[in-house]
Design a protein around this ligand. Structure first.
Ligand SMILES: [Zn+2]
Length: 348
């Protein structure tokens, strides 16, 4: 079992409340970095000094926050009304187990049981306004003794691995973006790079790329790499013949998304590196979405940046699936691309 992925995905860190996962990552990297600090927003910035062969300064970003919920009201019957933190599909919420607040009070996202639905309600999607978090409290006072308005709620999904004929997969929550965090931790534990590497484990990506903007401004690297988990949609589908990326076909390299044109010199460097090392890869088809690349690229006076992502099915739900081969290949590609990164690739 990949212990790094298990520990990271089972930790909580909804956007704005990343403390638990930040402390975990700090402990996982402390022996492998030369210095680390936490900035005002909560970004964890760690430097692993290089061998001195290159005077480049390179930042690798992985956002550590995850999507989740926020309690906005405790109702008279003890039920918790919530809003979502980050983008969600209402269909993914019903029946999921959550942990609420610092005391990690267990609850379930509930709505009227199927037995009580009218026939015309069967075919309708239950909207999140009709759902509540139920912690089993008998009334408002009982609930208020355990949770309060403003508490975050995170999903509870145990990490699992399975091996099917198609390959090794992992199932769990928050692969977006604990898969990127795990990959970055592996890079920090490897051989030193020719240049100083600044690892930025950033906050609040899911609510607008907020942590990375501040981190990039502080670090001001000569180049940056973003490690992510990108939605894969490769299920059987009658109409859609163009899945953006598929599980098991390698790291996905971004070219364009709703926020960014990736730096073409770095994109070319990534595909060249993958070819040279016989690492499979796929180009993420242009479309919606955005990564921290959008914030980093436009920080300070502009920073060359590109994104490598682990494809993940069911992104922004409580349960995702990734290919462990894709994950391993993201680590290999990021490592090889960094080792081959020279000043002439990114300086004008
Ligand atoms: Zn993400």
């Amino acid at each position: 079992m990949n212990e790094l992925l298990r520990q990271l995905t089972e930790a909580t860190g909804v956007s704005g409340a990343e403390k638990e996962v930040r402390l975990l990552i700090r402990d996982l990297i402390a022996d492998h970095v030369d210095e680390w600090s936490v900035d005002t927003m909560g970004n964890l910035l760690a430097t692993r000094r290089g061998t001195g062969e290159s005077d480049l300064r390179v930042m690798v970003d992985a956002h550590m926050d995850e999507v989740g919920l926020l309690v906005v009201e405790i109702e008279g019957n003890g039920m918790l009304k919530f809003v979502t933190v980050g983008g969600f599909d209402d269909r993914a919420l019903l029946g999921k187990v959550v942990q609420v607040g610092p005391q990690k009070v267990t609850g379930v996202i509930g709505a009227r049981a199927v037995h009580l639905l009218k026939s015309n309600e069967y075919s309708k999607v239950v909207k999140r306004d009709a759902m509540r978090i139920d912690i089993g409290a008998k009334n408002k006072d009982a609930a208020a003794g355990k949770v309060k308005v403003g508490d975050y709620a995170a999903f509870v999904t145990p990490y699992e691995e399975s091996s099917a004929p198609g390959g090794r997969t992992a199932i769990g929550k928050a692969f977006d973006n604990r898969a990127g965090c795990a990959a970055l931790i592996e890079l920090l534990r490897g051989e030193r790079y020719p240049f100083d590497l600044v690892a930025a484990f950033t906050v609040q990506e899911e609510v607008g790329l907020r942590g990375a903007e501040v981190a990039a401004y502080r670090v001001r690297p000569d180049a940056a790499l973003v490690l992510e988990c990108t939605p894969a949609f490769d299920l059987p589908n009658e109409k859609d013949v163009s899945p953006n990326v598929a599980l098991g076909q390698g790291p996905s390299i971004y070219v364009m998304d709703a926020r960014t044109m990736q730096d073409p010199r770095l994109v070319a460097h990534l595909t060249r590196t993958a070819d040279a090392h016989a690492i499979p890869y796929q180009i993420r088809q242009p479309g919606g979405g955005g990564t921290n690349t959008g914030a980093i690229q436009r920080a300070a006076a502009g920073i060359p940046v590109a994104t490598i992502a682990v494809p993940g099915r069911y992104a922004h739900t409580p349960t995702l699936m990734i290919s462990l081969d894709d994950y391993d290949n993201v680590v290999r590609l990021a490592d090889a691309a960094l080792r081959g990164l020279t000043a002439d690739i990114v300086r004008r």
